[in-house]
Design a protein around this ligand. Structure first.
Ligand code: DC
Length: 204
């Protein structure tokens, strides 16, 4: 069984996807980490601004086992990920790894931007997790311990625009996805709603 969890930055999809994987005993892949890895490697190899050839070279030589880099989670690398993610060759280089991970028995949960639309259009259950930009900025601000709310909000908006407006696999809900707006939910309520949605899709 494949569960696709898509949505914009800081909507809670990572937490929900991990909880789903734990609940169903499935494997979990944070596909954003692949793009972060490429962004970080491209900066380290070629500096900034990131060039398309540096990003493509980084994607082609990516070692997903090197996921543990502490710098992967910072905001600068998140923005770099969003920048390299617009390059079709980068997306193509990461596709097969994601698809083969999705086929790992007994099942897998993948979170990202294009899982239900491009990576696994045949996923058994698709969730689109969203929340208002303001709520997501508050959550991200708390997570980062950042002081400047307006700056965090501006970053979130810039990332939303880049992720949704790109030509290659833009961030959009699959037509058969169930949308969960977590703006007014705490994490327990959001996880419970996600589990109930997936349970409803399971074969008897
Ligand atoms: O989920 P995240 O914030 O770690 O993702 C970082 C960036 O990577 C995101 O802004 C866009 C890109 N991304 C993507 O284009 N497709 C995915 N499946 C996952 C992430």
């Amino acid at each position: 069984m494949i569960i696709a969890v898509d949505g914009p930055a800081a909507a809670g999809k990572g937490t929900i996807a991990r909880a789903l994987a734990r609940h169903f005993g499935f494997h979990f892949l944070d596909t954003g980490a692949l793009y972060r890895m490429v962004g970080l490697a491209a900066i380290r190899a070629g500096g900034e601004p990131i060039t398309t050839p540096a990003a493509i070279a980084a994607a082609l030589s990516l070692d997903p086992a090197s996921f543990t880099d502490a710098d992967l989670r910072n905001e600068k690398v998140g923005a770099a990920a969003s920048i390299v993610a617009v390059i079709p060759e980068v997306r193509a280089a990461l596709l097969e790894f994601q698809r083969s991970f999705a086929r790992t028995p007994p099942g897998a949960v993948l979170d990202g931007r294009d899982i239900g639309t491009v990576v696994c259009p045949d996923a058994h259950a698709k969730l689109f997790i969203t929340a208002s930009a303001e709520v997501r900025a508050r959550r991200r601000q708390l997570e980062l311990g950042a002081t400047d709310y307006e700056a965090v909000l501006a970053d979130i908006r810039a990332r939303d625009a880049r992720d949704s407006q790109r030509t290659a696999a833009p961030l959009v809900a699959a037509t058969d996805a169930v949308t969960l707006d977590t703006s007014e939910m705490d994490i327990n309520a959001a996880v419970a709603a996600a589990v109930a949605t997936v349970e409803a899709r399971r074969l008897p």
